[in-house]
Ligand binder design. Sequence first.
Ligand code: AMP
Length: 288
Amino acid sequence: METVTTIAAVRERVQTARRREVPVGFVPTMGNLHQGHLALVDALRERCGILVASIFVNPLQFGPNEDLDAYPRTLEADQAALTEHGVDVLFAPPVSEIYPDGMSLQTRVSVPGLGDILCGASRPGHFDGVATVVSKLFQIVMPDFAAFGRKDFQQLTLIRRMVRDLSMPVTIVDVPTTRAADGLALSSRNNYLSADERARAPALYRSIEQAASRVEAEQGSLEAIAAEAMASLEAAGFRPDYFAIRNRHTLAEAGPDDRELVILAAAWLGRTRLIDNRSADRPDKDSA
Ligand code: AMP
């Protein structure tokens, strides 16, 4: 695997592959890679002739009081893992390569409906930062396929919408969430948890699972199920941000006829904000 740090170098490597007419796969990340990231690489390997990954901790998607400086940076271990998983080119640019004029961009990509709800309501500007950097990375790498994790379900939904709205010539491949044996979704931010918090953290996914079984059995209204889950998270020592049961395709509030739902939650455990989700299907009206 070759590591490059400039836009010109990554473009040159991709163009060489394109001349051989091989499909280009791309996995954007912020580094500190774990099995969840590597599952994205594995999902693209079969269908792509060249695999490009990026590691870029994007300042534009962090709020002023968020963890930009503390975010774990582990380039050497990441390079070893990506090499082992068959990545051909790692693009690991400095901030000045992506934002040569600093953070005062005049042009940004925004997906207002999807970007302002749920995590977007708690993290104003976050999804503009995500949409802008992913658009830039797509312009730089020009991938045929790009992989995103369901772990960040709102992000995945927003990227799909952006690609559709802006007619971007890329197919988005979504990959199921990789979890630890106790159910906790793998995340670089799990590194911030103390031993005690790490032991309590799986309660987030458990609350989602419990809500999913109630949704699937139609036991109570969605509002009641969500309110109970918020209370169970508080009892487990979390400070819940939201617990929402939404239409799986639009993330809009679920109406009585919506069957394909997704349950999304965000909650603070000490100084760490954890998110998780899973899909839940209400039984068809006819079979109920
Ligand atoms: P990040 O480095 O956190 O920006 O994540 C880069 C990509 O990896 C995103 O598409 C995430 O959704 C995905 N990802 C992160 N954690 C997981 C996980 N546990 N399972 C599946 N995908 C993940």
